[in-house]
Design a protein around this ligand. Structure first.
Ligand SMILES: [Zn+2]
Length: 360
């Protein structure tokens, strides 16, 4: 996800923070300072750390439940609406998807119960709208926040957890693509409501959340539609087979000539043994020339660690590699590991548009 920054690893997942989550934290700290001076700002910084911990716990609820079904969670991004665990894939079994979706809010309910029953915290509903109000008491506010996180995430609209539950239940009757579309439409209706309330009440955070929900709902719809259409297709169906390659010790000058001579936006770099050593994009060529000059070897500017798939690997697996945007392409290799072609997101898109009849 763009606009997010890595901050560490836990249980094998990378923790990332989205810029809008930092905005939320900044808003809480600043408004406390304005209302109660530096001391209130300090107390609320502690509160911020507590919120942070609860959101992380919520996300690990999803991640650890998904692990029970054999699904890895490469990273977790913290957002104002409670964060997002990026599972390697979503369970396609509706029952499993419901359990994974509910595991997050369940963690917040457990934290709320512990704070309320064991530590005597009192939840005040007005504390939910005034998180910066020190009168609510520290534990009381943490308890309120957990109740809020659970309730907010259970709103039955994509991309909230409740939206996933809704999608899973609808998919039993409608199929996954139409179910996702319905849950995403619900998400976009909710985002308009939030934007309206946010604009009329002057709550900028609510407007930001609305924008995020709207974009996330749209992205999920297109991703699910793409994966559905890719079903039954293999890497060999979508790969690029006519292309020029570069050698690791070719210069960026040679690469620049290749950019002009061809229509390729990326060049596979093949080592003498015929294996793929890396991939050089047009942008990397331009940036490399600006930084190191035209005589720099290609090997210094290329992206390494290009994932490899076999000819008969499903397109879904290819999309999985391309999904996080970390690599520009996936290499296709034959049975001996020799490089024979590659796949980009763009050419999967072209293949979709040309080879699959349009349907709803
Ligand atoms: Zn969640």
């Amino acid at each position: 996800m763009t606009w997010s920054f890595p901050i560490g690893r836990l249980f094998g997942s990378e923790l990332r923070v989205h810029a809008t989550f930092l905005l939320l934290l900044a808003w809480i700290a600043t408004s406390a300072w304005v209302a109660g001076g530096p001391e209130a700002a300090l107390v609320n910084t502690g509160l911020v750390v507590a919120i942070f911990a609860c959101v992380v716990a919520h996300e690990f609820g999803h991640a650890l439940m998904a692990r029970r079904f054999g699904i890895v969670t490469p990273d977790i991004t913290l957002l104002p609406i409670g964060g997002m665990a990026r599972l390697e894939r979503m369970p396609e079994d509706p029952g499993q998807e419901v359990l994974v979706a509910l595991a997050g809010p369940a963690v917040n309910v457990v934290i709320w119960l512990v704070l309320t029953l064991a530590l005597g915290a009192t939840t005040r509903l007005d504390a939910l709208v005034a998180l910066d109000d020190p009168a609510a008491g520290f534990l009381g506010r943490v308890a309120s926040i957990n109740l809020f996180l659970a309730a907010f995430n259970l709103i039955p609209a994509f991309p909230m957890d409740g939206g996933r539950v809704l999608r899973a239940l609808l998919s039993i009757r409608l199929g996954r693509v139409r179910a996702t579309r319905s849950a995403a439409t619900a998400g976009q209706v909710v985002s308009f409501l939030f934007a309206f309330v946010g604009l009329t009440s002057g709550n900028l955070i609510l407007v930001l959340i609305a924008i995020f929900i709207f974009m996330a709902a749209a992205a999920e719809t297109s991703d699910v539609a793409l994966r559905d259409r890719a079903r039954g297709a293999f890497a060999r169906d979508v790969m690029i087979t006519t292309f020029e390659t570069l050698a690791p010790d070719d210069t960026l000058d040679t690469a620049a000539n290749a950019v002009v001579r061809t229509t390729q936006a990326e060049f596979p770099v093949k080592d003498p043994q015929g294996h793929v050593a890396g991939l050089l994009t047009r942008q990397a060529i331009i940036a490399g020339i600006e930084r190191d000059g035209r005589m720099t070897p290609v090997a210094r500017a290329m992206t390494t660690g290009i994932p490899e798939v076999g000819l008969r690997d499903p397109v879904d697996a290819v999309l999985g590699h391309l999904g996080d945007g970390a690599v520009p392409a996936v290499a296709v290799v034959d049975g001996n590991g020799a490089f024979i072609g590659y796949v980009t997101r763009e050419n999967i898109g072209e293949w979709m548009a040309l080879s699959v009849p349009a349907r709803d």
